[in-house]
Design a binder for this molecule. Structure first.
Ligand code: TRP
Length: 371
């Protein structure tokens, strides 16, 4: 099998999520931990039930603190390199669930600086524009404005900079190179950047002048940043941030992570109905070459992007997803039917999302914080 790659800047190949846990040194979210979460949340989010959020660091500690009466802040973010697609929404939707259930404050970082530094083609104006567009999607998900602060790095740098400096002073070049794979040709802004992404994890502790636990929901590719942040935290008398990691939302092409450049194999939050239908109809499935064969041998939902979309996002009911999986394997259902079903689900979701997204334009100042 082809070797896979997972770094904060590149995800490719067929990802072995179990191997990643080993490689990164994180912990699996086991059934005991899921039950411990359920004690506080009541219902379990689909992404926990289906092990889409599947790995963590120090989640037990965060829960223990919470059980002792100490609240945590949530921190997550987005690198504004383009428009938002469904894959980006996934961890944010889960973060919204956590905010609601734990009444937690959320810090949301938009790293316009990062995408400027790492993407040759993007100017600071581009990344700032995308940051504001992406913020609309965040707001549309229904975060509580009283509990949510969204900031764009270049507009909040005065607040972040002192923390970033303290962090940067504790990270050597050789650590950064080993963790992120930098080379001599890497621009020096990129080398410093991880300290900017670490800063919000310590912001609430700085503000309040006492240790405030922080929980970071993110896709597993972001773990390297926070592994370094956790290493330096004790040196700076900050609590180590806890993490809860998700897998990558599947691409309609059938590979594992969507990248913003794969326009035809990702659904963007701004896509028109016709585009959505076209993309879904062209999606990679686990079907056979002919209807006859499909009826005889059945399909393979394990490799089917349409099934994955339903599993990760659009089919809420566990019974229904189980039934569909069986019907596919038995050849009782054809790819065309699943595509139709998925397209309708996506269209219904997008119709509502786009309405909220437009309304968010007038609400943006309720959420954004600046220096
Ligand atoms: N680097 C992330 C990206 O490229 C954005 C980000 C900043 C982030 N802070 C974060 C993601 C905290 C998760 C958690 O998308």
């Amino acid at each position: 099998m082809q070797e896979f790659v997972v770094t904060p800047w590149e995800v490719k190949g067929e990802i072995d999520y179990d191997k990643l846990i080993e490689k990164f040194g994180t912990k699996r979210i086991d059934d005991d931990l899921i039950q411990r979460i359920a004690k506080h949340t009541g219902e379990l989010h689909l992404m926990l039930r289906r092990k889409i959020f599947y790995s963590h660091r120090s989640l037990n500690w965060i829960l223990r603190k919470y059980e002792e009466g100490e609240k945590f802040v949530l921190y997550t973010g987005r690198g504004p390199s383009g428009n938002t697609h469904l894959g980006h929404l996934m961890p944010w939707i889960f973060t919204k669930y956590l905010q609601e259930k734990f009444k937690a404050k959320l810090l949301f970082q938009l790293t316009d600086d990062e995408k400027f530094l790492f993407k040759e083609r993007l100017s600071l104006e581009d990344t700032r524009r995308y940051a504001y567009e992406n913020a609309l999607d965040v707001i549309a998900l229904g975060f509580d404005p009283k509990l949510t602060e969204i900031f764009i790095d270049t507009e909040y740098i005065k607040t972040l900079y002192k923390i970033a400096l303290k962090v940067a002073k504790k990270i050597t070049f050789s650590t950064a190179r080993a963790v992120f794979g930098f080379e001599n040709s890497t621009n020096i802004g990129s080398i410093f950047f991880t300290s900017i992404q670490a800063a919000p994890a310590f912001l609430e502790t700085e503000r309040q002048g006492r240790a405030i636990p922080c929980l970071i929901p993110c896709a597993i590719d972001q773990d390297p940043h926070f592994r370094v942040a956790r290493d330096v935290a004790p040196l700076l008398k900050y609590p180590k941030p806890a993490l809860i990691h998700c897998k990558f939302f599947p691409s309609l092409a059938g590979k594992d992570k969507m990248s913003a450049s794969e326009e035809e194999t990702s659904i963007y939050t701004t896509d028109e109905p016709e585009m959505v239908k076209r993309k879904v109809m062209n999606a990679f499935t686990g079907g056979q070459a002919t209807i006859k064969e499909q009826r005889e041998k059945g399909g393979n939902p394990g490799v089917c992007s349409v099934f994955q979309y339903l599993f990760y996002f659009f089919e809420e009911e566990d019974m229904k997803i189980k039934r569909r999986e069986l019907a596919c394997r038995n050849g009782a259902i054809l790819c065309g039917e699943c595509k139709q079903y998925l397209a309708e689900k996506i269209l219904r979701f997008l119709e509502q999302h786009q309405e909220k997204r437009e309304k968010a334009r007038d609400r943006i100042e309720e959420f954004i914080v600046r220096d």
